[in-house]
Design a protein around this ligand. Sequence first.
Ligand code: ADP
Ligand code: ASP
Ligand code: MG
Length: 424
Amino acid sequence: MNKEIKKAATPHTVSVLKFGGTSVKNQARIQHVAEIVRDRLAEDPGKAEKKAHKILVVVSAMGDTTDYLLKLGAQCAKTPDKRELDSLLSTGEQISITLLAMTLKEMGLKARSFTAAQIGIFTESVHSKARIVDINNDNLNKALAENDILVVAGFQGITADGDITTLGRGGSDTTACALAAATDAVICDIYTDVDGIYTADPNIIKAAKLLNRVSYGEVIEMARLGAQVLHPRAVELARQYKVRMRVRNTFKPDHEGTIIDGGEDMEIYRSISGVAVDKDQACVTIMSVPDIPGIAGQIMQALADNNIVIDMIMQAFHQTAGLNNITFTVHSTDLDQTIKTLESIKGDLSASSVIADKDIAKVSLIGAGLAGQSGIAATVFKAFGGAGINIKMIATSEMKLTCVVSGKDADKAGKLMHSSFGEG
Ligand code: ADP
Ligand code: ASP
Ligand code: MG
């Protein structure tokens, strides 16, 4: 994330509230969200300093609108043009901001909707996963001065050339954190459909436990490894700008939720924070490349040039001396582009073929205390072995242990990993 997001030096106290797709699914839910916003505005946390309280609401598209728009795009083109697709997807959030702003105005509140272009959320010129590089603080300050509630479209941005971009699926969380950083907000509340951050997805692993407080580092790792509850870049931004975040349930507005912060004064660091399962992954192997210096660099550069982020790289010796197979994982949405890129350099590399496995999942254990504990890996591998789950790839780092398994084994492996460590 670019370090250029500057504080807007606003004379107000700002609270940022973000509502996800399920929270604004229909008119009744938008009405419910509007009531939460009205109640939060009345809280007035800046009263002591005589600063007016302003609410900055970020909303996602209603329900499954983004999926629906993606399907519409796919009906018109096998590989839709990324610029046009971003323009199409951004319309989802434009619907929800206007409906919420209308509802708030109907309640007599001073509210106004803003697209990313109207407020000035600038991103790099990369479609489908653009990073925010700057926010127009003059626009933001003017809008805050003229209104009590700003309703801003999540997930979208604008390039310096005026093209619409999107930040990647789940990216409204990142819009919220960026705006919280820019306005030096007292809180960035992410309202969703569960009580907070759990030790695993509570909709899949019933034994998952709610965490009252977690550090940025723990959540970044969980989010990167596929825990859908937060967009990883949102938490990276929150850590960089020291934004205090909270994940809360829209349907239980009085529930405390989970606080995410630096964790500085936490007395006891958890050695294990949770389990994440990511089914949106694919495995790609480039077969029989020469075992000479420079080959891996050439492959990675070609992928980087196409903005493809890869993970879990594995290099294995081929039966024939002097040849290697290089395997790595990519996000499913990058699979077609990855194959296309590798096919285009296959000849130069003298590789024999490129093969892909779409039916995989990453199952990860996350925790600050994993480093150097070989017993943890042994426990996981034995549990998987006992259940007949084959491990295709393994990766470890200071804060994680990841196993690639077949897609059909994903949930079972996640549950086993969770139960192996005392169900959180
Ligand atoms: P929103 O539309 O509000 O952004 P998301 O669907 O993106 O909501 O994220 C919330 C979902 O994240 C939950 O319904 C839950 O199924 C899933 N999830 C995955 N891992 C976790 C976790 N560790 N804690 C809480 N929720 C999780
Ligand atoms: N609407 C977008 C999505 O479905 C962004 C978001 O919800 O955060 O991915
Ligand atoms: Mg989300």
